[in-house]
Design a protein around this ligand. Structure first.
Ligand code: ADP
Length: 448
């Protein structure tokens, strides 16, 4: 059980560590992408805007001349003749001087094959001051070309007579950014994998001192309770001797002290036995000896044992069990289990309360239900009460003797039989503990 607890904690620590690394790497990759791509493109943006200014200064007059020459006789003959275009394949920058009616008057290009696409993109576009557009052109062969476009209109007497468009091919830069990001993603995935291993290793290391301390504590509990058993039983037999010989001679006060001592001794013996039992169950030193036995006599005997305390609170017992109900399991352990549940049902019951014990059998299991009309258990604590040393709401449990061991032993016994134990409870109304113990298929007893 404790191994499971350590494994769970280790798993949680690893998960936490890995999630932190994942968040870190994702943010790192995202920030790198944003920073690198904006650094790269901001330079290109400056270039394409500067070029727009430059070409504007240089070719504004060309556009004015052309306009003055053509405005009288709208000569469209030059359309389609791009003999004024320069060709510089080594440059990434290009420009076109385009008249109002869409005619290319001058230009410098590096990839005539996409000229038509570019013209389509800028057709009708009237760039504002320093405006930059980012465009992607898909080529027939699946490749794509990324461009930054800018431009500057030329005016004469407040009418636009044409525009000078500039652009830059940033395909290579975009490609570099993409490669960089893919590489970062691959590295991140590798690091996430490594961080799982590292996290698992580190949390294992962190668990070692805890596990050691826990182990020492268990050993101490085991040794101490073992050592205390002998003096306690000597104490017990001495008290019995005194009681047998001297009881009549004791005065009223001494009798009271004597009875208190007996009570305290009983409590201590129970605690020590419980602790020793837990220590042995941790060391897997408890073996079950299963047999068939009749349940009703066992329950009657346990009720008799609980009666003195129950009568103080005027608690009634009700049973619902067939006389011949037999059950297969470790008799001693099952007696211990039912006693723990009955003892709690008495302890946490109210004045004039009731305790009901019902046993029934279906094809595969025996179900033992013990319900009380006591103080109940808050919902949020119901899952915790089976944990070792857990006591629900100390302020109200303190009134009752106990140390939070009982239900953890009960759970151990049920688990060892391959069964289940669960609780249904409403605060102030009562609690019902339901134990289900699997029975052999060829079971006998209990059937009529
Ligand atoms: P202990 O009774 O010694 O404190 P247990 O392990 O038997 O320890 O029970 C754990 C806690 O569960 C108790 O402290 C009590 O708060 C709660 N509990 C157990 N049984 C009942 C019950 N029948 N009614 C109300 N509370 C209960």
């Amino acid at each position: 059980m404790n191994d499971k607890m350590f494994k769970q904690t280790r798993f949680r620590l690893t998960l936490l560590f890995t999630s932190l690394i994942v968040v870190f790497l994702i943010s790192f990759t995202a920030v790198s992408y944003i920073v690198v791509s904006s650094l790269i493109t901001s330079k290109q943006k400056q270039q394409v805007a500067a070029l727009a200014e430059e070409e504007y200064m240089e070719h504004k007059s060309d556009l004015l001349n052309w306009h003055n020459h053509h405005q009288n006789h709208l000569d469209k003959g030059a359309n389609g003749q791009h003999h004024l275009l320069d060709y510089h394949p080594e440059r990434q920058l290009f420009y076109y001087v385009i008249s109002r009616n869409g005619e290319i008057i001058k230009g410098d290009e590096s990839f005539p094959e996409i000229r038509e696409n570019i013209l389509q993109l800028i057709n009708g576009w009237n760039p504002k001051n320093k405006e930059i557009r980012r465009e992607t052109i898909k080529l027939g062969n699946g490749e794509s070309i990324s461009l930054l476009l800018s431009g500057k209109p030329v005016f004469q007497n407040n009418t636009r007579i044409g525009t000078i468009y500039t652009g830059i091919n940033i395909t290579t830069q975009i490609y570099i950014v993409k490669v960089l990001i893919s590489v970062l993603c691959v590295i991140s995935i590798i690091f996430i994998g490594l961080s799982v291993l590292l996290g698992y290793y580190m949390s294992g290391k962190a668990m070692v001192p805890i596990a050691n301390a826990f182990q020492r504590q268990k050993e101490f509990v085991a040794n101490a309770s073992h050592e205390l058993r002998t003096p306690l039983s000597i104490f017990q037999s001495s008290l019995e001797v005194i009681e047998a010989d001297e009881r009549d001679k004791l005065g009223e006060f001494s009798l009271q002290v004597f009875d208190d001592m007996k009570d305290e001794l009983r409590r201590m013996t129970k605690l020590i036995n419980d602790l020793l039992w837990l220590a042995r169950s941790d060391a897997n030193a408890i073996e079950l000896t299963k047999e068939w036995f009749l349940l009703p006599p066992v329950i009657d005997e346990l009720i008799r044992k609980c009666r003195p305390l129950a009568e103080q609170k005027h608690i009634k017992f009700v049973t619902n069990i067939q006389k011949d109900m037999a059950i297969y399991g470790d008799k001693e352990r099952i007696i211990q289990l039912i006693f723990i549940l009955l003892d709690n049902a008495v302890k946490y019951n109210t004045e004039n309360g009731q305790i009901k014990i019902a046993v029934e059998r279906d094809r595969k299991n025996v179900n033992i239900e013990i319900s009380d009309t006591g103080i109940g258990i808050p919902v949020e604590q119901q899952a915790l009460i089976f944990e070792r040393f857990y006591r629900a709401d100390p302020s109200r449990s303190r009134k009752q003797q106990g140390n939070g061991i009982g239900l953890s032993i009960a759970k151990w016994i049920v688990d060892a039989h391959g069964g289940t134990i669960r609780v249904q409870s409403e605060e102030g109304k009562g609690s019902r503990f339901i134990v289900t113990l699997p029975q052999p298929a060829n079971g006998k007893g209990g059937e009529q």
